[in-house]
Write a protein that binds this ligand. Sequence first.
Ligand SMILES: [Zn+2]
Length: 293
Amino acid sequence: MSDEAKRDPLRFLVVVAHPHDFTHCAGTCGIHVLMGDSVTVVTMTDGGRKHNEAYLDEMSKPEAKRDPAIANQTQEDYAAAKNREITEVCAVFGVKDLRILTFPEPLRLQHSPEAVDTLADIIADVRPHVLITHAPYNMSPAGITTHGLPTATLNDHRECAIMAMEACAMANMPDYEAKKQPHRIAAIYYLGVDVMPDQVDFYVDISDWKDHRQRAEALFKSQGQTEAFARKRIDIGAGSMGWAARTQYAEAFVRSQVETLPCIEVPQWSLQLASGSRIEHLKHIAGESTAQG
Ligand SMILES: [Zn+2]
């Protein structure tokens, strides 16, 4: 990273369906914040109807046995807690520009077509070079993602991605009335967690950000996540991507389109892997050595 040629700072825009979805690229965002790039995170919903496991548990009981403190919780109470959590999570990765939108869940383009205009306005405001969002398609014939979770044809993540892609098109269309300056995004990447492992285009090594990712998971207490759960989730999730990436922890991405390079570029990591000690590499994967390769 440090030996890269100096370049102008990039502006990143992350558009996700729910607050927790940001975590899937949070380490990468942290790396770019440290490099001097700016990161804006937009969550299309406040997540008020997602992952409230304690509430669902309580409401599964007969009415007389429910704890009123949990059963009487409102969607606003839960969303407010989640807002506090995602704000803290963004701070962990140095992200200062967080925009929590409140489109209804389930998030559907047909129910909230105005979301496209809202996002197009955000694109016009932020003028990002890079957009990171969900995959706008179901990559797996079985509808199973890297999460190992089956996904419906319609789901919040895919709908969010379609909204974001529509907004990209809108932001680059002539606006004869408002005379808005058009904006074209240089690079669009989809979150690797939304696709099958063999559909990932590249990994970002976030081994140095593992503790941050765990802290972020543990901060989502409203979802019932404990410290132990946070460790397990990152070890399995970012850890399995790290394993595929031949490092400790990684985040996966898919290019929205084939990229054109100035020449054949070999990442420093690949060169280190090729020429470095095999034993040191095993130690690196095990977290026993900070030397890469
Ligand atoms: Zn989500």
